[in-house]
Design a protein around this ligand. Structure first.
Ligand code: G
Ligand code: G
Ligand code: MN
Ligand code: NA
Length: 253
C-alpha cells in the first residue's frame, strides 16, 4: 500500500477526525479548553495517530490541505456546540513551524472564520523550533493573531530553542510545560525545579501555564503545590471524539 496516495484521498473521503483532549483548571477541575488532535481513520489500517502521517503530509505537500481541514473542522464543531446552546471552550490547534510561517495561515483562518464564531474560541499551539529562523516574522504573526483574538501557546516548552529574552518579546499567551518535566515532577528534583521555574516565569511575564502529560495523582499534587493552574493529561482526560467532548461541555465536572 502507499500511504501517500491514501492520504491524498483521505481528506476528500472524510477519513480524518479530530479528537479533543481536555485542559482542566486546578484546584477545581473545571474544563477550560480542548486541544484538537487529528487522527486518520484509515479504511484498512484503522485509527492512525498523527505521528504516522503529519510528517508524511509535510513531505508530500499535503500539509496545507490537512491543516485547512483541521481549522475548518474546529470551526464546524464550535459552531455546532454553540448552536446547541452549550458554552464552548477554546480549542487549540497544533500548527507546525512550516505551516505557521508559510503563506497559507491566512487561508486556514478564513476556513475557520466562515463559521462566524465569537473571539476567544480558537488558540494555536506552536513549538519553540518555529522561532529558529526569523524571530521578527514570528513576532509579527503572533501579534496579528493576538489582535484577531486568537491566543498563541508555546507547546513542549523547555525542550527546545528559545531564549528567555526572545520569550519576553513574543506576545504569546501560554507556556505548555513539556511532558518530559511532568513525567518525573513528583520525585526528581531537577524536573521539579524546571517545572517550578517555568511556572514562576509564566507568572512574572503574565502568561498562562499548562502542564502537559499529567498521568498520576502524585504529579498533580506537586503541580498544584507549585501553583500550576491548568493541567492536561491522561489523568484528567484522554483525547476523546467529538461526541464525548460534547458530554464534557454538557456536564462540566
Ligand atoms: O495525539 P498524539 O499524541 O499522537 O499526537 C502526536 C503529535 O501530533 C503531537 O505532537 C501533536 O502536536 C501532533 N498533532 C496532532 N494533531 C495535529 C495537527 O492537526 N497538526 C499538526 N501539525 N500536528 C498535530
Ligand atoms: O506535542 P504535543 O504536546 O502537541 O502532543 C500532544 C500529544 O500528547 C497528544 O497526542 C496526546 O495524545 C499526548 N498526551 C496527552 N496527554 C498525555 C499523557 O498524559 N501521557 C502521555 N504519554 N501522552 C499524552
Ligand atoms: Mn500540542
Ligand atoms: Na506539547
Amino acid at each position: 500500500f502507499d500511504l501517500e496516495t491514501d492520504l491524498r484521498r483521505a481528506i476528500p473521503a472524510g477519513e480524518l477526525v479530530l479528537h479533543f483532549q481536555p485542559k482542566v483548571s486546578l484546584p477545581d477541575y473545571r474544563l477550560v479548553g480542548f486541544e484538537a488532535l487529528v487522527r486518520w481513520l484509515h479504511p484498512e489500517r484503522g485509527m492512525l495517530p498523527p505521528v504516522t502521517f503529519v510528517n508524511l503530509a509535510e513531505e508530500a505537500g499535503m500539509i496545507g490541505p490537512l491543516t485547512r481541514w483541521v481549522f475548518e473542522a474546529v470551526g464546524r464543531h464550535q459552531r455546532e456546540w454553540l448552536d446547541a446552546g452549550l458554552h464552548p471552550v477554546p480549542i487549540a490547534i497544533n500548527v507546525s513551524p512550516r505551516e505557521f510561517l508559510g503563506d497559507l495561515l491566512e487561508e486556514h483562518l478564513t476556513a475557520y472564520k466562515q463559521f462566524d464564531l465569537p473571539d476567544g474560541l480558537m488558540e494555536i499551539e506552536i513549538t519553540e523550533s518555529t522561532m529558529i529562523d526569523d524571530f521578527d516574522r514570528v513576532c509579527r504573526i503572533v501579534t496579528s493573531l493576538t489582535e484577531a483574538g486568537i491566543k498563541v501557546a508555546m507547546d513542549d516548552f523547555g525542550t527546545g530553542y528559545s531564549s528567555l529574552a526572545s520569550l519576553n518579546r513574543l506576545p504569546i499567551s501560554t507556556l505548555k510545560i513539556d511532558r518530559a518535566f511532568t513525567k518525573d515532577v513528583d520525585w526528581d528534583r531537577a524536573s521539579r525545579a524546571v517545572a517550578s521555574a517555568i511556572i514562576s516565569l509564566a507568572a512574572e511575564l503574565g502568561l498562562d501555564v499548562v502542564a502537559e502529560g499529567v498521568e498520576t495523582r502524585e504529579q498533580l499534587t506537586v503541580l498544584r503545590a507549585l501553583k500550576c493552574r491548568v493541567v492536561q493529561g491522561f489523568l484528567t482526560g484522554r483525547p476523546v471524539p467529538a461526541q464525548e467532548a460534547v458530554e464534557l461541555l454538557r456536564h462540566p465536572a
